[in-house]
Design a protein around this ligand. Structure first.
Ligand code: SAH
Ligand code: SF4
Length: 382
């Protein structure tokens, strides 16, 4: 049997895994041990399962794999310790994840697709176009790889699906991944970010255990949202807002409204007032993300000045909106998911890719104090 004929055990839902093991493994406590090795400890090989008899491991390996994507590049840690990972998938696709140490917690930002068909004009992943859905094994592999490399206890982990791709266009695999992550990370510690795929939001709303929801609004009105997020013509802004108003609220779990600030485009005080009006009545906080510049993106798109960012944020606060700003340079590498792959693709030789990553991280280094108006970011407390 070739590798691809075998099912990766990480692609099975918890109940499928349970059934698969029950048929093949006895006594039942052995099956439980294997489930633990996978869903709690994130073993990346059968060999790692040291308390499982060798012949049983060999028998399982004839039918199954437990492979994760391979890390092909790690950036040098930024000033705040953030680090970006580039993974190679079996079919040669490249995806990124970001490790972000916080004060008492660690966030890991995961990709859900190997590209993105949504095509937001300010996004490098969108610029490079559609990519296939990631499998649960590929999403879980990002999580466990980063967790293991930094030796972070599960109870200190936050997970955000804010890397490459639109998670709600990969709903089935996302839900399997969430169900497995919930074994070690509480739903309130997981955030899924969407460009506003209404059927996906409605599907999440029906789940028994829901992650936090972040929505990339990015513009204060329909016209501008259509310009920079063409998906708005398919899922109109007013309908999206209505879907968010219907989304079941949970205590202490406000929605996050993401807003990429583009100089001279959506960063005026009047835009902040319009945004405050748009989200009025929602239990929501705004995460303002200063635009991250990239050579592949339109040259008119610029990061606003600090004064403009301050004015925007202050206006939101005066309009009773809770807001956080992603101000730290290190954190910005998270907003730039897709950039590492983008630059790697633009070059041909691996060594040049490595040098480039080093230079980019050096440029991104240098911590600015995060200006936090209220104290909540991505569902975690600072
Ligand atoms: N597809 C999902 C999740 C991935 S994008 C979504 O769109 O929500 C994660 C966040 O990065 C989004 O809020 C998006 O608006 C933001 N983003 C994309 N490109 C960016 C850039 N160049 N600068 C700053 N933020 C960006
Ligand atoms: Fe896709 Fe999100 Fe980028 Fe838009 S911002 S292109 S939805 S990854």
């Amino acid at each position: 049997m070739t590798n691809s004929d075998r099912t990766n055990l990480y692609d099975l839902t918890p109940s499928e895994l349970h059934d698969a093991l029950r048929e093949r493994v006895s006594p039942p406590f052995r099956a439980k041990q294997i489930e633990q090795w996978l869903h709690v400890r994130g073993a990346d090989s059968f060999d790692a399962m040291t308390n499982i008899p060798k012949d049983l491991r060999a028998r399982l390996a004839e039918e199954f794999t437990v492979a994760f994507p391979e890390v092909v590049e790690r950036t040098t840690p930024a000033a705040d310790g953030s680090r970006k990972y580039l993974f190679a998938l079996g079919d040669g696709s490249r995806i990124e994840s970001v490790y972000m140490p916080m004060h008492d917690r660690t966030s890991v930002c995961l990709s859900s697709q190997a590209g993105c068909a949504v095509g937001c004009t300010f996004c490098v992943t969108g610029f490079f176009g559609a990519g296939r859905n990631l499998t649960p094994a590929e999403m879980l592999g990002q999580f466990f790889t980063v967790q293991h490399e930094h030796d972070v206890p599960s109870e200190s982990m936050n997970v955000v699906f804010m890397g490459m791709g639109e998670p709600l266009l990969n709903l089935e695999h996302l839900v399997t991944t969430l169900d497995i992550l919930y074994r070690s990370v509480a739903p309130k510690r997981i955030t899924v970010s969407t460009s506003g795929i209404i059927p996906g939001i409605e599907a999440l709303a029906k789940l028994e255990r829901r992650p936090n929801l972040a929505i990339s609004i990015n513009a204060p009105d329909r016209k501008r949202r259509e310009e920079i997020m063409p998906i708005t013509t398919k899922y109109p802004l007013q309908e999206l807002m209505a879907a968010l108003r219907r989304y079941p609220a949970e205590r202490g779990r406000a929605l996050t409204i993401e807003y990429v600030l583009l100089a001279g485009y959506n960063d005026a005080a009047s835009d902040a007032v319009a945004l405050a009006r748009l989200i009025r009545g929602l239990d929501a906080k705004v995460n303002a993300i200063p635009f991250n510049e990239d050579v592949n993106l339109p040259s008119w798109m610029k990061r606003p000045s600090d004064e403009a960012i301050d004015r925007f944020v202050d206006t939101l606060v005066r309009n009773d909106v809770a807001v956080t700003v992603r101000r730290s340079k290190g954190r910005e590498i998270a907003a730039a998911c897709g950039q590492l792959r983008g630059k790697a693709e633009a070059r041909s030789r691996a060594s040049r890719q490595r040098e480039g990553a080093q230079r980019r991280v050096d440029r991104a280094g240098g911590e600015e104090p995060a200006r936090v108006k209220r104290d909540v970011v991505h569902g975690e407390r600072r």
